[in-house]
Design a protein around this ligand. Structure first.
Ligand code: FEO
Length: 171
């Protein structure tokens, strides 16, 4: 059984994951509108990953006998300056999410909820990867000044990203 404090904190994280998904879908739409189909694809996969994260939190709350209560999703940015601006915002967002996951882990440690700590460890590790991936993209974008032939080549590479469910259904 989940303690109330943990249940509330996990519910907040479900909302944050859906908010991330909504933000990345908004970014995908913007990227598509400026003809960056590959980057739009990358962001759409990012959106799918966030949905998978939200669902994993949802399932965990249910598994532990808790109650999921969905709350409204905050508004997201719909307009950006350019591709670089999108990925700078993505990095800022992921750093914020890392903070949320760390806070959540602190709550679980304070409550001595070892099962939730173990569950959350995957997300702690995932955030390291998320930040590193976006930093890499940002570095590449800066190298090409976010424009020209280089940007077109990068866009083509971003087209190859495919969604792989990190939590395949248990047999
Ligand atoms: Fe669900 Fe991008 O962290």
């Amino acid at each position: 059984m989940l303690r109330k404090t943990i249940e509330v904190a996990l519910n907040k994280q479900i909302n944050a994951e859906f908010h991330s998904a909504y933000l990345y879908l908004s970014m995908s739409s913007y990227l598509q509108s400026i003809g960056m189909a590959g980057c739009a694809n990358w962001m759409k996969v990012q959106y799918q990953e966030e949905l998978a994260h939200a669902t994993r939190f949802f399932d965990y709350v249910v598994e532990r006998g808790g109650r999921v209560q969905l709350s409204p999703i905050n508004e997201v940015i719909v307009d950006f300056k350019n591709v670089l601006d999108v990925f700078e915002e993505t990095l800022r967002h992921e750093v914020t999410v890392t903070g949320l996951i760390n806070n959540l882990m602190d709550i679980c440690i304070n409550e001595s909820d070892h099962a939730s700590k173990s569950f959350l460890q995957w997300f702690v590790d995932e955030q390291v990867e998320e930040e590193a991936n976006v930093e890499q993209i940002l570095n590449n974008l800066k190298l090409i000044n976010g424009e020209g032939q280089g940007l077109l080549m990068m866009d083509r590479e971003m087209q190859s990203r495919v969604f792989v469910n990190p939590f395949p259904a248990k047999a």
